[in-house]
Design a protein around this ligand. Structure first.
Ligand code: CA
Length: 245
């Protein structure tokens, strides 16, 4: 069964170029020229991933990515963001909004297909273990892909995390107290992904912490200065003030 990719891009020529190349690569393609149309296309069933343009009429791609991430139904869709902006700050903003990867226009269609392949491979990899994982008040279920949290006096609640953050948390919860360098996390969570820089790990750690902070669980992810990150059962009382090494 081929993966279905939804392209959200208002420039018809670019959308067509992407659609032709992805169809050639064996993917099923859907096109939407603005976000409302994308929502309509996702009403019946969700795509396996989305290619989202930053500059769209009406709602921007960045704004839309945030909305998708905040919605339980669409939070797990991998997003590759396209933009004409090439500044590092823009890239971080795009990733912060919820994108899993990022490409600057003009791009090579060959590289685009390679990145789509890599992103889908990363997110369709079967979990190595289906056991429920527990870390303090946090619980991660690899089967239902849900993260929940509970603390005294409160009912258990679901924490919405993006697909990359889920994999990151799953990996870190699998080896509590162990410190992982950014290179190790890239290797384990992103796999053979040649395009991703180490800086990206920091962005996803920050996103993970923001998601966990809703349930006061961000303290379970600690920065080990100069070394990397770890998950811990005994968080220090103060929430980490920085995610930089
Ligand atoms: Ca555009």
């Amino acid at each position: 069964m081929s993966h279905r990719i939804l392209i959200v891009e208002d420039e018809i020529s670019i959308s067509e170029l992407i659609a032709i190349n992805l169809t050639h690569a064996g993917y099923e393609v859907q096109q939407a020229f603005q976000t409302e149309e994308a929502n309509l296309k996702m009403r019946e069933s969700l795509p396996d991933m989305m290619i989202l343009d930053w500059m769209l009429p009406g709602k921007s791609g960045v704004h839309y990515a945030k909305e998708l991430r905040a919605n339980e139904r669409t939070a797990g869709i991998p997003i590759l963001m396209l933009t004409a902006k090439s500044e590092e700050a823009d890239k971080v903003q795009g990733l912060d909004a919820g994108a899993d990867d990022y490409m600057t226009k003009p791009f090579s269609t060959k590289e685009l297909v390679a990145r789509v392949n890599a992103l889908l491979r990363r997110h369709s990899r079967a979990p190595t273990n289906d056991d429920l994982m527990v870390l303090g008040a946090l619980r991660l279920d690899p089967v239902t892909h849900r993260v929940t949290a509970e603390w005294p006096g409160s009912p258990r609640r679901e924490i919405i995390v993006g697909p990359t953050e889920f994999r990151l948390l799953q990996f870190m919860m699998g080896a509590p107290e162990r410190v992982h360098s950014r290179a190790q996390l890239l290797d384990q969570v992103w796999g053979n992904e040649v395009f991703i820089e180490e800086r990206t790990v920091d962005v996803h750690i920050r996103r993970l912490r923001v998601a966990l902070a809703v349930a006061k669980c961000d303290v379970y992810i600690e920065t080990v200065r100069g070394v990397g990150y770890r998950s811990t059962r005994q968080p220090s009382a103060v929430s980490s003030d920085s995610d930089h090494l």
